[in-house]
Structure formats: structure tokens, C-alpha cells
Design a protein around this ligand. Sequence first.
Ligand code: SAH
Length: 364
Amino acid sequence: MSATPLVSPIDSQNPEKSALIPPLLGASVAELTTWVQQQGQPAYRGKQLHEWIYDKGVRSLADISVFPKQWRQELAEIPIGRSILHYRSEAPDGTVKYLLRLTDGQIIETVGIPTFAERGEGPKARLTVCVSTQVGCPMACDFCATGKGGYKRNLARHEIVDQVLTVQEDFQQRVSNVVFMGLGEPLLNTENVLAALKSLNQDVGIGQRSLTVSTVGIRDRIRQFAENNLQITLAVSLHAPNQALREKLIPSARAYPLEDLLAECREYVEITGRRVTFEYVLLAGVNDLPEHALELSKCLRGFQSHVNLIPYNPIQEVDYKRPNRDRIQAFVNVLKQQNTAVSVRYSRGLEADAACGQLRASKN
Ligand code: SAH
């Protein structure tokens, strides 16, 4: 029996029927058109509103100069849903960490990661944004800073889309990629994450294949995600090649064993035709031995997948160590010998505490 999609598929052409309740950010042209008509305005104002929100980055409806003066005044109090910049810090590698204040005073973290291209590709070929999906995180993975501060709430659709616009405006460059790897567990907030993905694709104009959602794995949610017919990339935080070790690092693994997680990932590949990325944090002496690499390859045999190794980034609360380059290379070599596709992600933004696992929505 297949699960019901959580929301209508991302490529649905159906105009949204339910009434749009502001904040407006995250709404499609169709939703905005219906909304302006409900305000007694002609349909074409919907397209204008869309352009001002997404392309011009307007922060108050009163500033939309193409709208009639009186209507602008009436609209002044209606929220668009933009956050306020609370703090910004730039690492020497160009990575920028932002702390953003939401309307209820909560602070979240977003990271902008420019990729300086090879010769001929222009000065900055890519701009990746790492977005948060929750305030804090309830998963409490042992090696991750985010969980140490506890969990507050899910982010709404507009609060996710806002992060991307904020980085785009600050860099004055179009965002090319978005990774859902900031604070929080995206699959505990599926409805808003799916709505944000749809808006990033259709309203902000980012290709589905340039959108990546990372999850530690929540039972049944990966399958439900697959049922939405997305062409996005799914990244699964594995971090261990067997159940005993995974349980030690990831508390939620007890309730959702590795075997079940991998079975659901296989279903994802069958349903979507997309390969899955497996993230694996390398912790010296814990999960980085050649036998772990061998065991990992066995787990993934015959699986359309790709392993992304993340050398551990230090956090205060625990004393894990990052393996040295030789150890990392030895791990890579075993995977390659076993024909397991692998790459190493040397995190950016370490100096600004903006690297993988270091985000905790504080200045340091
Ligand atoms: N909750 C989701 C999204 C977070 S993504 C998930 O777990 O996938 C952030 C990635 O960085 C995850 O793969 C996470 O396990 C990894 N990570 C966490 N702490 C880390 C650390 N200290 N060093 C390196 N990577 C870390």
C-alpha cells in the first residue's frame, strides 16, 4: 500500500484552492493572484506582487510603487515574512554565517557558501545556501552541536524561503544550490519543507536537482517524501556501518534500526529513480577503521548511492577527534576498492563556527 503524498506534487499545475493566509513569502503566482483578487484587485497584480517579493526582495507591501497609493497604505501591515539580520560573520574562505531573528524573537542560523570556480567559469560559479528547518533539533546526535541546545519549534514555509533570499541579496548573486543541512531535522517538518522546496523551485527558480534534503532518517517519512515525485537529492546521515555503533552515536537509531532505514532508502531509489547520498562523519578511532569501510561497502552493495565522508568538525561538549589525512585516505581507498562511489567533504566555514555540525544559532 502506498502512502498518501504529504502535499500535492511539486510540479502540480493546479491553482491552489485553499485561502492564502499571510505571511505571503513562499506563495506561488497562482496563490498570490487569488489573494489580490480577494482584495478586489485585478489578477495581473498577482504577478506584480510575485516579482516584487521574489526578485526585488521588497520588505513592506507599502513599498510596491506599481500599486495604487491607497491600496498600498491598506496593505502596510500585512506581513511578507522576512526575517531581520541579527548577526553576520565571514570566514576567511568566504563562507558567511548569518543569525536571523524571526517574528517571535527566535534566532536561527543560515550559511552562504560561495564556490570559487575553475578558470573560465567566472569568479564565483556557485552559491550554496545551507538552510535551517527547525529552531534547535530534537534528535540529539552525540557529535552535533545543534542538538545540545534542545528543540523549540518547526520553521514555517516563509521562514525557510526567507533564508535563501537573505543570502542571495547579501551576496548580490543568484543562489544556485540549497542544502537543507542547517539546524533541525527536515523530515520532522515535512509539510513546510515540501512547501519550501516547491517555492524555491518555482518562485525562486532553483532547479530541483540543485536542492538537497539531509535527514538522519525518520520512519516512513523517506517513502512519503518519495511519493511526492521530486527530483531533489536525498542525503541520509548514516555515520555507522552497523546498528550497534549507530545507536551509540544517534539516539533515534534505537527506534528505527539501520536495516529498516536502508530498506526505506532502497524504496526511495525505486520510486524516484534517484540515487541516495549517504553522509558519514569520520570520528577518529570510533567509525573510521578500514573494517568499518568494508562493512559500509557491504551495506550498500547493489545500491544506487554515493558516500559523502565528512571529517568531524570539533564542538565543545564532546571530545571526538578528526582523523588525520592518511586515515581518511585509507577509508576512501577501501570504499573505492569495493566500487562504492565516495567523495570527501572538507567542510567550509570552520573559522566562523559555520561548518557541518557546528551550528547552534549563537555567535560562537
Ligand atoms: N538533521 C539532518 C540535517 C543536518 S545536516 C541530518 O542529520 O542529516 C548536517 C550534517 O552534518 C549531518 O550529516 C550531520 O550528521 C553532520 N554533522 C553533525 N555534527 C557534525 C560534526 N561535529 N562534524 C561534522 N559533521 C557533523
